[in-house]
Design a protein around this ligand. Structure first.
Ligand code: RM4
Ligand code: MN
Length: 388
């Protein structure tokens, strides 16, 4: 087994970014169940995200979604985050909730609608200038539902044109992160359906364009760790959107559906050296807590990523290399499984204690009284949520 202390020193520097939208109400197209105490504005979302960081110590940034998190002055929001002990992270553009976008945003056949969508993306870069965010994450719902509905190649041209305009607007320290998704809301073609499409567009754009792997955006049975390994090797993995899926884009708690897959993904990250402190990969959560309480849902998500990471760090890479070189199929597999089957919870509890944190973040949150406080205080106003 690899060195526990070495694993701990990497875990100490791990950073996981929280999605602001995880704290708002969410649901399916059938029903959004409102929860008491849910934030009514971006400031309250930030307070909740800071709470997750306070208990876990590894979630110091929160991603914004524009216009869901639109405020008059992003510097004020940034200061609020700082006062709460966190900073603002990735800016997510939202060009999927306007009536104009029924037939697409940047790939819409109507040039005026394409212009409107592009203007929003450019406005998101303005937001980044104010928040100091490094990454602009783009996910497009664009696509078609019926064969013949639109010209597939023309839509790729329109996409490339918009991406290029955004890329050229970025500052030297800013990046474009392109996310793909197999299907939904479009059911016949998505304009960015898979990592290959995202990769090809990013290659064309340049060094500061990278791919986001949302773990819920693949066909069942897809070997996601292979994609991760490939993109890492090509220097094109920009970010993860972590979540779990049983069926499609379920947005459930990461590590809930398939903790072994999460371990395999993180093992690829670890062996590529991409967990190092200077790594430029954004490890984000992209989840919705439809029926479970949201702050504990985020705490559980963070600790699930930590547990999978710890196991990945415990793989005895020397023994693995020997087994691989000698063609010892079962031996190599056993080395990996030994690490996966290790109970890393005591190690993580120890790490938290060393960092002055409660070893049990879920318990500490429950005891903190925060949940009761926000229920009592957040009365009136309109709860944040993405509708439906
Ligand atoms: C999309 C995609 C994006 C996220 C939105 C809320 O399916 O995963 O990353 O911003 O959902
Ligand atoms: Mn996502």
């Amino acid at each position: 087994m690899a060195d526990r202390e070495a694993a701990k020193s990497v875990l100490r520097t791990q950073k996981i970014e929280l999605p602001s939208w995880a704290f708002g109400n969410s649901g399916t197209r059938f029903k959004v169940f409102a929860q008491r105490g849910v934030p009514r504005d971006p400031f309250e979302k930030i307070a909740d995200a800071a709470r997750v960081h306070a208990h876990t110590g590894v979630a110091p940034t929160v991603a914004l979604h524009i216009p869901w998190d639109q405020v008059d002055d992003f510097q004020v929001l940034g200061r609020a985050a700082k006062d709460a002990g966190i900073t603002l992270g990735t800016v997510n553009a939202n060009v999927f909730q306007d009536d104009d976008y029924m037939l697409g945003s940047v790939t819409n056949p109507n040039p005026a609608i394409r212009r409107k969508a592009l203007d929003h993306l450019l406005a998101c870069v303005d937001v980044m200038d104010q928040t100091g965010s490094r990454d602009l994450k783009l996910w497009f719902s664009d696509g078609t539902n019926y064969p013949g509905q639109d010209n597939i190649r023309a839509r790729q041209d329109r996409l490339a044109e918009a991406l290029d305009a955004v890329y050229r607007r970025l500052g030297d320290d800013q990046r474009l992160i392109l996310e793909y998704k197999l299907f939904e809301p479009a059911f016949y073609t998505m304009d960015v359906p898979d990592w290959g499409t995202a990769f090809a567009h990013c290659l064309q754009l340049g060094d500061r364009a990278k791919v986001c792997v949302d773990t819920g955006h693949h066909a069942p049975g897809t070997n996601i760790e292979f994609i991760v390994a490939f993109l890492l090797r090509a220097g094109k993995l920009g970010a993860f959107d972590f979540n779990s899926r049983f069926y499609a884009d379920d947005d459930l708690i990461v590590g809930a559906a398939d903790p072994f897959q999460l371990f395999r993904i993180l093992f690829e990250v670890v062996t590529a050296g991409a967990l190092a402190e200077d790594s430029d990969i954004a490890f984000m959560l992209d989840q919705c807590h439809n029926i479970e309480p949201k702050i504990p849902g985020q705490i559980r998500s963070v600790t699930n990523v930590q547990e999978a990471t710890a196991k990945a760090l415990l793989v005895d890479t020397d023994a693995l290399a020997v087994a691989q070189a000698s063609g010892d199929v079962l031996g190599a597999n056993a080395v990996l499984m030994d690490a996966y089957n290790t109970d890393v919870r005591p190690l993580l509890a120890e790490l938290r204690e060393e960092q002055g944190l409660d070893p049990d973040p879920m318990g500490a949150y429950a005891r903190s009284g925060y949940a009761e406080r926000i229920v009592a205080e957040r009365v009136g106003g309109t709860q944040a949520g993405w509708g439906a």
